[in-house]
Design a protein around this ligand. Structure first.
Ligand SMILES: *Cc1c(COP(=O)(O)O)cnc(C)c1O
Length: 294
């Protein structure tokens, strides 16, 4: 078996009423890569794990909060590829019984190490060194799979597209996925006119803009503020949108990430920023686990 198969990530075409008026949209189904692991977390892990393998490491060590798709992804990938896994958890009140994300992480075999928010915020490298400095097998993976290795995995999405779209839109939190897409667009011949729309679900648009501005590219990109509340906040309007989208398509989305990006798309179409005749690819990054509570 290929270590990181992505062949399930098909490109579907949908005519959607819930975006305001009938709108022809393409959906890149990274949510189909794995039933519980977020597709973009899978993409971001690929080269981190390839590196760990090349260095002969056997133990993946990473970081995350209580509802981290990344922790579940590392735990699952570790189990599938025969790595030990540990994670520093943000919040010393947490344990593997706290919610269904952490339960799953533990079930996949991950060791959870709760630390205070202060310690977590101070230095991840220090936490890693304090606990694993004598462990030759341990391999550091930054929160969310950030960094050049993470971006490299995401960039491959662009090379899977069968045509050049006018727009790509996706949910964005740390900016790693956005940076990867940007680098892919920059590199693949003929894709330089595609516009990238990253929807900041963390209300940290400026931070993401600073990060993307450091990437040398001629691609037209924009970071939009998500407009339905901050991170992990919902609203009756967003709930209704999710209901309409899911019942119209049979494709599950989540209120933290993907629904906010699609909601933004609806507004961009209404504002004429994305034209009715334009071809748009929505990257479904996954995240559906949030729908399955205990
Ligand atoms: C983590 C995540 C994102 C955000 O990815 P970044 O690379 O941090 O911007 C988007 N969608 C889903 C479903 C995620 O789990």
């Amino acid at each position: 078996m290929e270590a990181f198969p992505v062949s399930n990530s098909v490109l579907d075409s949908l005519a959607l009423i819930c975006l305001g008026s009938p709108y022809q949209l393409y959906i890149k189904r990274d949510d189909l890569i794995h039933p519980v692991v977020s597709g973009n977390k899978w993409r971001k892990l690929k080269y981190h794990i390839q590196n760990a393998n090349e260095l002969g490491k056997k133990h993946l060590v990473t970081f995350g909060g209580a509802f981290s798709n990344h922790l579940v992804a590392v735990a699952c990938a570790g189990a599938a590829l025969k790595f030990k896994t540990s994670a520093f958890l943000r919040g010393d009140e947490l344990n593997s019984e706290s919610n269904h994300y952490l339960k799953l992480a533990k079930c996949y075999g991950m060791e959870l190490i709760p630390v205070s928010r202060e310690q977590y915020a101070a230095s991840k490298i220090k936490l890693f060194e304090a606990q694993f400095e004598n462990n030759e097998e341990a391999y550091f993976i930054d929160e969310g799979g950030a960094g050049a290795d993470g971006e490299r995995g995401v960039a491959e999405i662009i090379f899977e597209l069968p045509f050049v779209p006018d727009h790509i839109i996706h949910a964005s939190a740390t900016g790693t996925t956005a940076a990867g897409l940007l680098k892919g667009l920059n590199r693949r011949q003929g894709f330089q006119a595609t516009r990238l729309h990253s929807v900041a679900v963390l209300k940290n648009g400026n931070q993401q803009r600073d990060y993307l501005a450091g990437i040398d590219t001629k691609i037209n990109w924009q970071v939009h503020e998500g407009d339905q509340g901050g991170y992990a906040k919902s609203s009756p309007e967003l709930e209704e949108f999710i209901q309409n989208f899911v019942s119209e398509t049979g494709i599950l989305i989540d209120f933290v990430y993907t629904a906010k990006a699609l909601f933004k798309l609806k507004n961009l179409i209404r504002e004429g920023i994305i034209g009715q005749q334009d071809t748009t690819v929505f990257l479904h990054t996954g995240g559906v686990l949030t729908n399955f509570k205990n």
